[in-house]
Design a protein around this ligand. Structure first.
Ligand code: PMP
Length: 400
């Protein structure tokens, strides 16, 4: 960062490529395959406007006053009810409302990490989580969950401050953590007592089959009564309704919720009451379920178009696995000479932007992969974007 001001040292550790690709959306004619943005045409704007109007006029105090730090009691109840089933027993004491899932990550860093604390993190790792925890200078024990080898979750979690995984269609890799691995993580979290964060923004975006069980549910099975186990589940409205309301939630043991509440007090006092009222109505009226089918239909078409375009244009340059849901395809360059930090620049010169893998690695060392988003752009743009990416990759190789 170029400035003479006495900013905190960690600011110097931020990743420049992240800034570049996050700004790409503003460049005219750029096809942005880099972001993780949902398709706005499915957003029920008129219904949300109506809910907002009613919340302000009919529930003025809840909507416009400060809320309790933990969130509006009724919304916490509605969230608890949403996740309650035969085995998972939640009360509002298991729920904290947050300002997006991002705030939950930030608060977890605040309550769990002293400088240098060890995080057992799924690799590659969501860059927002890396951003949230960077000021605490954590160290990472990488957990590579893909491949055929049985993953040793016990060894991974032992001694860590917490574990972090995105089991449903991970950001960035799109990987779906299989049931056996989920079970072994839950076993390991119970055996070691290490908290395990289950970050789940993409859990409603299954495109090909029924959802796998949540780690929260697998853990709750083991106990009677309100949940008190080691899984800390993070949810958000961002990918199931709209990101702009900034409503997220944490589900966990009551003592974890209390600690997070203390941290939230020093962060933003409370999440917007108006947005909480809209979220409460949206859950109660089934709005999320209403928009799910049209959303999934658009995403499935786009996922298929993107993967077909990749097959036609990129199969000699990259390898990837078609994701079964979520928002991303993770593609690994076949030629080791390809540095995807450099590819970002060449691709942008060709009018397309993707996210380079270094942004999802705390050391920045992983430079052979890219994350490609399929949810935001219409099929024509996906096709053109992939052709541009193929041109850029060939150009980079010719120059190397
Ligand atoms: N976790 C993961 C893995 C994500 O991909 C995102 C959104 N990109 C978030 C958390 C945060 O989402 P939000 O703050 O919008 O709820």
């Amino acid at each position: 960062m170029i400035s003479k001001r006495p900013f905190a040292k960690w600011l110097g550790d931020t990743n420049e490529v992240t800034r570049i690709f996050l700004a790409a959306g503003e460049i005219p004619d750029m096809i942005n395959l880099a972001g993780g943005l949902p398709e706005p045409s499915v957003w029920p704007a008129d219904i949300i406007a109506d809910m907002a109007y009613k919340a302000v006029l009919e529930n003025t105090e809840e909507a416009l006053a400060y809320s309790p730090i933990e969130g509006l009691p009724r919304l916490r109840d509605v969230i608890a009810e949403r996740y309650n089933n035969n085995e998972t027993k939640l009360t509002r004491d298991n729920v904290l409302v947050t300002t997006g899932g991002m705030q939950a990550l930030d608060l977890l860093g605040k309550i769990m990490l002293d400088e240098g604390g060890l995080i057992a993190g799924q690799f590659p790792t969501y860059l927002g989580a890396l951003d949230a925890w960077r000021p605490r200078k954590p160290s990472y024990r990488p957990m590579h969950l893909e491949g055929n080898k049985k993953f040793d979750a016990h060894a991974a979690l032992e001694g860590a401050k917490f574990g972090y995984i995105v089991p449903n269609f991970s950001n960035p890799s799109g990987f779906l953590v299989p049931l056996e691995t989920r079970k072994s993580f839950v076993d390991a979290a119970h055996a070691t007592g290490t908290l395990l964060i289950e970050d789940d923004p993409y859990g409603t975006l299954y495109l090909d089959g029924p959802p796998l069980p949540r780690l929260l549910d697998l853990s709750a099975k083991r106990q009677i009564g309100p949940y008190d186990g080691p899984i800390v589940y993070l949810g958000t409205l961002s990918k199931m309704l709209v990101p702009g309301l900034r409503i997220g939630w944490v589900i966990g043991a009551p003592d974890v919720i209390t600690a997070l509440t203390l941290a939230k007090q020093g962060s933003d006092i409370c999440t917007s009451g108006l947005c909480q009222k809209i979220a409460q109505e949206a859950f109660s009226q089934g709005l999320i379920e209403d928009i799910l089918a049209p959303t999934l239909s658009i995403y499935k078409t786009r996922r298929d178009v993107l993967c077909d375009a990749m097959e036609a244009n990129l199969s000699e340059l990259f390898q990837w696995t078609k994701p079964q849901g979520g928002m991303f395809v993770w593609a690994q360059a076949i030629d080791p000479r390809i540095d995807t930090n450099l590819l970002l620049h060449t691709a942008m010169d060709c009018g397309v932007c993707v996210s380079p893998s270094s942004a999802f690695d705390p050391s920045g060392a992983n430079k052979n992969s890219i994350r490609i988003n399929f949810t935001l752009n219409e099929p024509d743009k996906l096709n053109v974007g992939i052709k541009r990416l193929a041109t850029a990759t060939r150009r980079l190789l010719a120059e190397s």
